[in-house]
Design a protein. Sequence first.
Length: 153
Amino acid sequence: MTSDLPDSDVPAVAELSADESWELLHAAQFGRLAVVIGGAPEIFPINVAAKHPSIYFRTAEGTKLFGTSIGHAVAFESDRVDGSGAWSVVVKGTSREVTTRDETDAVDALGLESWVPTVKHRLVAIDVTSVSGRRFAFGPAPDDDAVEYDPTD
């Protein structure tokens, strides 16, 4: 499977397998981190690198690091849109700070780089517990007469 979008003969919305979702995550460089801080949801754009079964990002001291304190439940979403369709992958997991040299070196080898020229010494992992993905094919809406509608759904 590649990250190319589907041909017109595929469904408008298709569920992706875990393997397909991870393939897209391995190619992703950007996404959004969702955390809960003080009982309220927060979302942060982050640069990432994925190496199954984890997603990695760098951060500095502050709200994002606090929100990903050891053992916190977090979610991450990455997607891509082009002229013919889109895909979206959502992972849920537990965050932890990476503290070993071996894991840090392995993540550095993935090419994780920040788009913003700031110092980010803290490396955080999301240890993924669930992954789901969908692919969307763009096109005209179906003819209403061709679609059966059940108001009880």
